[in-house]
Design a protein around this ligand. Structure first.
Ligand code: ADP
Ligand code: MG
Ligand code: ZN
Length: 485
């Protein structure tokens, strides 16, 4: 019974606007990664008495662009609000955010995003897109619930964040992951976001089973973990249903080493935050002209790019969708297809073997040693018949592991296909002399010739051209037959 229950998933995604140079309300540099703790701070982002925030207008423009890309209505006038709560990562004891009630409205609302999951087209409604500041970063010793102390670094405090909230339209953990992928690609195409940066996109995942309470899993930082945490919750909640227990509404934490979610607290209510308008900032006015100007400046987004890939390279729709759901991959594809002139082959390699090797090496395409030129070279070697598909796969692996060009690997390992007829003929002779019994069999039964072909392959460590080998063995057998007649 619990198996059939419908799964509802809604996501609250926090994306840092990574292309900004400074924080949202102060001039501190935004490139805090890898810097000594608490070195990118000032009185504003530390919340010291007497300091006042000044809005980074570029952040508003980027938030408008993100809203437009997600098909949202853009507010002409919006406010910042104080979201009050105490937590050590929040130096002011409130977060400057936006709120959709009490006279406030987010920058973008009522949008939608289309994506593909398991070969089905799907639309998710976007409830809102708003701007807020990132809190600082807490570090624990080991797991959150057993750590003897907590460290805090305010370098991240005040970094501009986009909060993007979906309606509960996602129906499986798989879909949630595919949506996040498309969202990342969209923001990356806009040029405001780099999802390759650690912690740049974090997600709170809400999940309920039909009729049960809603569980919010806080702060998951990879797409893979979002899928895993949600899958764990589906199982846990189904189990509760099966036992006839109720699923409590609560906030849980995903423990990625133990691969379970643990309960943190019963869910907080909105009124607990005592939202009120931020008195230190004036309301944001966004004129119609600004919105239209930004709309005009928007670069090509994944869906438009997908249509172009279909037109320009003759790709099937599915391939174009997969490629454009990852900006780095779409760029790689276009660079490579231009060099090698075989777009479909490039798409196949990228979506198949390349992804598999990346997965095994636990790498992103952007950090991979494979370049578009290398992949083009590999495809060229196959086209010219110098290596077989089997060898090409081995070469790809070596190139991705070592960064050496495919042609050098082929030379180094002696993997070039043996297509020299004279050489092959002498190997065939040798195999025939060495295996008289097999020759006898092959003369009786043509199918037994495969044994001899196999022997030639063995002699050449698999490098012999299969077609030529096959022909030479047949010819030799015909000749022997003629002689014995
Ligand atoms: P809160 O402000 O308490 O976090 P919201 O109503 O703003 O609650 O919703 C937050 C997120 O929870 C949204 O992404 C929404 O889609 C999702 N959500 C709402 N109801 C459900 C539900 N029954 N099951 C799963 N997700 C839900
Ligand atoms: Mg919420
Ligand atoms: Zn600062």
């Amino acid at each position: 019974m619990a198996e059939g229950l419908k799964v509802l998933i809604g996501l609250e995604v926090h994306c840092q606007i990574t292309s900004l140079k400074t924080k949202l309300f102060c001039g501190c540099p935004a490139d805090y990664r890898g810097k000594p703790p608490n070195s990118h701070v000032c009185p504003v982002c530390l919340g010291l008495p007497g300091s006042l925030p000044v809005l980074n207008w570029k952040a508003v423009e980027y938030a408008v662009m993100a809203s437009l890309a997600l098909n949202c209505k853009v507010s002409r006038r919006t406010l910042f609000m104080r979201k009050n709560y105490f937590y050590p990562d929040l130096p002011k004891n409130f977060q400057i955010s936006q709120y959709d009630r009490a006279g406030g409205s987010p920058i973008g609302a009522d949008g939608h995003l289309e994506f593909m999951a398991e070969k089905k087209r799907k639309t998710v409604r976007i409830r809102r897109v708003h701007l807020e500041e990132d809190p600082g970063k807490l570090s624990y010793k080991g797991a959150i619930d057993t750590s003897p102390y907590t460290l805090v670094d305010y370098n991240r405090a005040g970094i501009a964040l986009l909060e993007i909230v979906t309606e509960p339209d996602l129906e499986s953990p798989r879909e949630a992951r595919a949506f996040l992928q498309k969202l990342r690609s969209t923001l990356e195409h806009l040029g405001i976001f780099d999802g390759g940066l650690e912690g740049a996109m974090r997600c709170d995942a809400n999940i309920s089973l039909e009729g049960g309470g809603r569980v919010e899993i806080k702060n998951i930082s990879s797409f893979k973990d979002v899928e895993k945490a949600l899958s764990f919750e589906v199982l846990r909640q189904r189990e509760l249903f099966r036992k006839g227990a109720t699923v409590r509404s609560e906030t849980r934490h995903w423990d990625d080493t133990r691969r379970i979610t643990i309960s943190l607290r019963v869910k907080e209510e909105e009124q607990d935050y005592r939202y009120f308008p931020e008195p230190d900032l004036t309301p944001i006015e966004i004129s119609e002209e600004t919105i239209e100007r930004l709309r005009g400046e928007m670069p090509e987004l994944p869906d438009a790019r997908k249509e172009r890939l279909i037109r320009q390279y003759g790709l099937p729709e599915y391939d174009a969708e997969v490629l454009t759901s990852d900006r780095a991959m779409a760029n790689f594809f276009e660079d490579c297809a231009k060099v090698c002139g075989k777009p479909k082959a490039v798409a196949n390699w990228l979506m198949g073997d390349v992804l598999q090797v990346l997965y095994s090496l636990n790498q992103d395409l952007s950090e991979s040693k494979l370049t578009p030129a290398y992949l083009a070279e590999l495809i060229g070697l196959m086209d010219k018949g110098e290596i077989s598909i089997k060898i090409a796969k081995k070469v790809l692996w070596e190139t991705m592991k070592t960064g050496k060009p495919p042609s050098s690997i082929v030379e180094e390992k002696g993997w070039r296909r043996l297509a020299d007829e004279a050489k092959l003929r002498s190997i065939v002779e040798k195999v025939f002399t060495g295996n008289p019994k097999a020759v006898e069999d092959a003369l009786q039964d043509p199918k037994a010739a495969h044994f001899l072909i196999g022997k030639v392959m063995e002699e050449t460590r698999g490098m012999a051209d299969p077609e030529i080998t096959y022909r030479l063995v047949r010819e030799k057998l015909e000749k022997l037959k003629g002689e014995s007649r």
